[in-house]
Write a protein that binds this ligand. Structure first.
Ligand code: PMP
Length: 448
């Protein structure tokens, strides 16, 4: 329905507009390229589809400013790291206060019991550990699951993403498991120990678990990294029942779905996992993640540890649970990620989804808006995908690139990887209206 020529013309125009409007970013990009590999401190900064990297100046609440002075309505929010707003004042205060008292000592602080009580109450699991990133939490959890079950396989879903976790980079292509190409330098075949099936396929799940060798099912309760894929009604409950029946641990990685509601997706819609992971926004953007587990899992972990090497407590990284992270997490959990915050985010996200649906329909397009909690995504296809294969098939690289660049040039940021938007406690109706107007204008150009 949208002509390739219209997309190509929009891309050309928007590239030229970006180049003309961002001289400082261009100059900084040239300077940075002297010693940063590919011109940026981290490669994902190249993924925005701009002709050269955009350089940020500051951010506050749900707004961000670039070095050329443009202001953006930020619906990307650091791809969830800042989903409770940029520098929420309680977190900023806690960081400033802790910063003058030492940042990392490898000792617990007075914040520790308060944070643990809060995690246990909110997420319904009794025992917790802290890491510096969600990637690291997931790696630790996979080890524990394999260790305590004595099983070598994990099961993941096609299109999943759980961070820099080698074991999970297995995709289904035409029904055949394949290693993801970006897993460079991989020297053993992770498919030997990782099974991959489609999300929402109960028969495949039943078959994969029946062999009794799967230590853990690791998933987001709704997939959010291959576009958004929601669980069919009853699917997660069936997953809960099947994993329990087969002695497989159920791990929910709620690093993104913490946006579904207070207590994450599992405490809002159920069911409860054996192990719960959340990273990115949990300390307001300071590197930090946590994983929580049931009393039974804790007891089996302890048993395994006692059988292991004596003399040190386990494997991990030194900066985990440092004083700065704990202080930020305490402030964020108790003062920012509150029920009142969700009371603002969830209805506003409902309005965002409904508004975008109206805009899209007014241009005669069939695109659905997939939405749960404070997270929404418009899909440039006829229907919402039910699994990773359908989600990949619905992606339209050039079209989405053109839309993203059109948005950036008009002061709107959405997640660069697909068309995902987040509503924070600081996001306003006026910002949502601005997003909708921008999409309206964009589709007005693309659709004759
Ligand atoms: N789990 C999920 C569901 C994620 O989306 C991500 C990051 N996008 C991660 C884990 C990894 O988080 P980090 O990059 O902070 O380690």
């Amino acid at each position: 329905m949208i002509a390739d020529s219209a997309i190509a013309a929009m891309l050309e125009r928007e590239k030229a507009r970006f180049e003309a409007a961002n001289p400082k970013s261009r100059a900084l990009g040239a300077e940075a390229a002297r010693h940063w590999h590919r011109g940026v401190p981290f490669h994902w900064m190249l993924d925005w589809g701009t002709p050269f990297p955009l350089f940020a100046e500051r951010a506050e609440g749900a707004r961000l400013w670039d070095v050329d002075g443009h202001c953006y309505e930020d619906f990307c929010l650091g791809d969830t790291g800042s989903m409770f707003g940029h520098s929420p004042p309680p977190v900023a205060r806690a960081i400033a206060e802790q910063a003058s008292r030492g940042l990392t000592y490898m000792l617990a602080t007075e914040d520790a019991p308060i944070v643990a009580d809060e995690l246990a109450k909110r997420f319904g699991l009794p025992f917790w550990q802290v890491t510096s990133t969600a990637s690291e939490a997931n790696r630790a959890v996979i080890r524990w699951c394999r260790g305590i079950t004595g099983r070598d396989k994990i099961l993941v879903f096609n299109g999943c993403y759980h961070g820099a976790v080698d074991d999970v980079f297995v995709d289904l292509r035409d029904g055949v498991p394949e290693l993801r190409k970006s897993l460079v330098g991989q020297v053993y075949d992770v498919r030997e120990h990782t099974r991959v099936i489609e999300f929402n396929d109960l028969a495949a799940l039943e078959e994969a678990l029946a062999s009794g060798d799967v230590a853990a099912v690791l998933t987001e309760p709704a997939l959010t990294n291959v576009g958004m894929v929601l669980p069919d009604p009853g699917y997660l409950e069936a997953m809960r029942e099947l994993t329990s029946r087969h002695g497989t641990l159920l791990v929910f990685d709620e690093t993104h779905t913490i946006s579904s509601g207070y207590g994450g997706h599992s405490m809002t819609y159920g069911p409860k996992p054996d192990i719960f992971v959340v990273g990115k926004p949990v300390a307001g953007g300071v590197p930090c993640a946590v994983f929580g587990f049931s009393a039974e899992v804790a007891q089996r972990m302890e048993q395994l540890r006692e059988e292991g090497e004596k003399g040190h407590s386990g494997i991990g990284t030194t900066l985990s649970a440092n004083a700065l992270a704990l202080a930020a997490m305490r402030a964020n959990l108790t003062e920012v990620m509150t029920p009142a915050a969700y009371d603002h985010m969830l209805p506003l996200a409902d309005r965002l989804a409904a508004t975008l649906e109206r805009v899209i329909a007014s241009h005669g397009l069939p695109w659905p808006v997939v939405h749960v909690g404070a997270r929404a995504e418009f899909i440039c296809a006829d229907r919402a995908p039910r699994n990773g294969t359908e989600a990949r098939a619905s992606m339209q690289g050039a079209l989405e690139h053109a839309i993203h660049l059109f948005f950036i040039n008009r002061g709107v940021l959405i997640a660069p990887f697909h068309n995902m938007m987040l509503v924070s406690p600081a996001t306003t109706d006026a910002q949502v209206a601005r997003l909708a107007e921008t999409l309206d204008e964009c589709l007005g150009v693309l659709v004759p």
